[in-house]
Design a protein around this ligand. Sequence first.
Ligand code: SF4
Length: 330
Amino acid sequence: MKNIVSSLLEKVIEGNLIDANEALELAENAETTELLEASNKIRNINRGNLVNLCGVMNIKSGKCSEDCRYCSQSAYYMTNVKSYDLVDVDEVVEFAKKYQEKGVNCFGISTSGKAFSDLNKEKVYDIYKALSRETTMRLCGAHGLLKEEEAYRLKEAGLCCYQHNLQTSKEFFTEVCTTHFYDDRMNTIKYAQKAGLDTCSGGIMGLGETMKDRIEMTMTLRELNVMNIPVNTLNPVEGTPLGDRPVSITREEVLRNIAIYRFIIPKANFIYGAGRVLLGEEQHMAFRAGMSGIVVGNFLTTPGNCIEEDVEMLRNEGFMLTSDKGSYAI
Ligand code: SF4
């Protein structure tokens, strides 16, 4: 008789989707090595050995009106995060060009704050126009909640993809944030899609959620047809309500989660994001568990790895870089 991993692997390879109960069964009963190997096989079938490099820049930091309990940029908490207003167009372009030279093919700019409408929108549109003119990278933006008409304007300005994380399941979200609603987040994703933007949305592991919450979030992302999914692990920041909490998730759990996410949405681009230091010297293992993208350089408020070292890690794992112009060896 086939075990749970091989029978669900067969199901996925045949083009069928697994349901939440099956995902939970994998989480509870699959043997780790077998689970990771199966997930890697699914990644290989659906995405080959292509990997994309995302670079991010925080162009407005801190003083956020929201109370997301993990976030160093919330005005509710006393953290050491640097606060600054929207940076100038030239500074963003100069920063982006440096990333492009290093092989980054997807460049994301992010702003703290509840909603895009709280920003100097014309300046943000100008930044996208300048980036479209002066770089060839795919442009991604994370500016909080979005209105439908704003999504159209962002697309016109050159944005390719809107980034807005669900963070966790709908049920657990109320434990994470009380100043806006999960439905607001889902609507933002829908508005972006309606305007013809690609969407990127994922979550954070280690907020205190259960495995069921993680699976539910991934099921919601599948229903929303989100195909770029950042996978983050909590990096506790002093001063936030979760700041003094030891990271409650083990390295093995992180890898198992990545594998289960890949089983749930076989074709998605799973992007290895913040908190990956948790895997220490074993960060390459995430790619053997089903990951297909990576955030390189610094994260929004925390330092990251050296880009060249990440590229070398990917080369050693046999990956090639995806770019809008096709793929080429790294
Ligand atoms: S809305 Fe964004 S910037 Fe503001 S506290 Fe939440 S995660 Fe942080």
